[in-house]
Write a protein that binds this ligand. Structure first.
Ligand SMILES: Cc1cc2nc3c(=O)[nH]c(=O)nc-3n(C[C@H](O)[C@H](O)[C@H](O)COP(=O)(O)O)c2cc1C
Ligand code: SF4
Length: 522
């Protein structure tokens, strides 16, 4: 009697896939396979990041994985009919996953395993070069790890772009009985999801990165601070941490070495400002999430007053590949002072939204029009907000801006957490400016006056412009208010809110004409 061949089918368990029915698709495949007496092994992988194709089902064949998407449960019988278990043709078939241009043209260093492996399989993780960075780290002097990270040119991916190695050196050089690694997984920026994707799709890479950070600076305890809106990421991280502990990756002897490191996940209550590192630390300590004045720097007096590395998920998840392949390998990617790769998140009104990891250096226009495929509405792009709710709006006239930290600053914007949100010509930029001020008013921690009061005055002033009340005078007032917020706020929430407001006024002056004039023009 011949034993039926087991076919491996991949159905993502990433929140984006779950939201469009991944569990139902997996159940339908199981049901259909049973009914047809086919032996199918379903792996619940992370997402490949091609969100318009979710649920992206893949089948392992002799030639590689074949992709089908977007699959709904109702499509499953027809997939079986078409012989998808052997990679058969079907209207939803995209051929080999690795040949889909959106994926093929990426340089995946941080996301190299995401969507390929079972996120909770250490065997998979090891098979795809996981833990080699940590193995090297435990065998070298901690100062050499810090040097590698410095030499790699890695800059913080959370928003400010501060050199990671310099931050680590400050903590490493501090003397204290306890130091901490805090992973900022709050991911509050609009249109961003890279942190969530890595936590759900390759949690061990973050654990490995944090353990390396701990060894480098002499910290034995780490925390991942994330949001309540990320239940799947939290569950995945907790499971992965438990496995890592069981397997001796975390605990009193990391990979059998003399170094101890352990970590846990903490959940915030959903305030945008709790992504700011000092209010995050307050929140972690069980206090109200209010911004602390700097100095002292968290690197010297952070969590519970101890030297603390606060790094974004992407920064920490980039460490294993840097340790594995070396500083120069990573540094050679990118342009100018922006080294390595950056996981860009394409969102909003786009045909091809998703995660695109690439070396710094593409232009904004290439990202929006070529990789993102232009608007899904088919209407012309009017504005693109880069860097979250505090990021500037770019008009198509600035689409030749190169994706690197300095070029974006020079163009009056910021890269932030590399989220790009696209709007077509139906967007009203005055409303977007109002939204920026309103967002700041709602999310302000209230500690300083320019932000707490300025944002509310900002909403009122935009409303006056919209109603045609002394528009010219109020535009000058709004600009003045923006300058006060920019230069007088304690943190970047108040300090950067002027970016979306001023860029909207500068690049889209027609939207700030009084209402009767705007209506007549429409
Ligand atoms: C209002 C505000 C919100 C922020 N939100 C986040 C966030 O969600 N995630 C993040 O990593 N950094 C966020 N930051 C930046 C952090 O303060 C900090 O710079 C970052 O965690 C440092 O890590 P990195 O050097 O790896 O980027 C925010 C900053 C501000 C002012
Ligand atoms: S700028 Fe706003 S969020 Fe930041 S400290 Fe001041 S009041 Fe708080």
């Amino acid at each position: 009697m011949s034993v039926p061949e087991t076919i491996t089918v991949f159905v993502p368990r990433d929140a984006a896939a779950l939201a469009v029915g991944a569990d139902k698709v997996a159940a339908a495949i199981e049901r259909e396979a049973k009914a047809r007496n086919r032996d199918v092994h379903i792996v619940r992988n992370g997402s490949r990041g091609m969100l318009w194709l979710e649920v992206l089902v893949e089948v392992r064949t002799d030639h590689g994985r074949v992709a089908y998407g977007p699959v709904r449960a109702a499509d499953v019988p027809s997939l079986f009919e078409a012989g998808f278990l052997a990679g058969g043709d079907h209207p939803l078939c995209h051929g080999l996953t690795s040949e889909i241009p959106f994926l093929k043209n990426q340089t995946r260093l941080t996301f190299s395993r995401c969507g390929i492996t079972d996120p909770l399989s250490l065997t998979d993780y090891r098979h795809y070069k996981g833990l080699t960075g940590l193995q090297k780290a435990v065998a070298m002097p901690p100062a050499d790890i810090v040097k590698q990270v410095t030499d790699s040119g890695l800059r913080g991916r959370g928003g400010a772009g501060f050199p990671t190695g310099i931050k680590w050196k400050t903590v490493a050089d501090a003397t204290a009985d306890q130091k901490y690694i805090v992973c900022n997984a709050d991911e509050g920026d609009s249109g961003t999801f890279a942190d969530r994707m890595i936590m759900e799709g390759d949690p061990f890479v973050l654990i490995e990165g944090m353990a390396i950070a701990g060894i480098a600076v002499g910290a034995t305890k780490g925390y991942v601070y994330t949001r309540s809106e990320y239940p799947h990421a939290i569950a995945m991280m907790e499971e992965a941490i438990a496995i890592a502990r069981r397997e001796g990756i975390l605990g009193p002897s990391v990979l059998g070495s003399a170094y101890a490191f352990d970590m846990e996940v903490r959940m915030g209550a959903g305030a945008y400002v709790c992504g700011e590192e000092t209010s995050l630390l307050n929140s972690l300590e069980g206090k109200r999430g209010i911004v602390r004045a700097k100095p002292p720097l968290p690197a010297l007096q952070g969590l519970f007053g101890k030297p603390t590395v606060v790094n974004n998920v992407m920064s920490l998840a980039s460490i294993p590949v840097i340790m594995d392949r070396g500083a120069q390998f990573y540094r050679d990617y990118g342009v100018g002072r922006s080294h390595g790769t950056i996981p860009i998140q394409l969102a909003g009104n786009l045909k091809h939204g998703g995660l695109y990891e690439t070396a710094f250096g593409l232009t904004l226009g290439e990202l929006v029009n070529e990789i993102g495929g232009g608007t899904i509405s088919g209407r012309p792009v009017k504005a693109v907000q880069v860097g979250g709710p505090l990021g500037a709006y770019f008009p198509p006239a600035l689409f030749d801006t190169v994706f690197d930290y300095e070029a974006f600053t020079a163009a009056g914007g910021l890269i932030g957490h590399a989220g790009i949100v696209v709007f077509d010509d139906s967007v009203d930029m005055l409303k977007q400016a109002r939204f920026a001020m309103e967002f700041c008013a709602v999310e302000s921690c209230g500690k300083c006056t320019p932000c707490r009061i300025g944002s509310t005055r900002g909403v009122e002033t935009v409303d006056k412009i919209a109603r045609g009340i002394e528009p010219e005078k109020n535009k000058v007032l709004l600009e003045d208010l923006c300058n006060t917020m920019k230069f007088g706020s304690l943190c970047a929430l108040g300090g950067f809110t002027p970016y979306p407001v001023m860029s909207a006024m500068t690049h889209f002056p027609q939207d700030f004409a009084p209402a009767p004039v705007r209506e007549a023009a429409e």
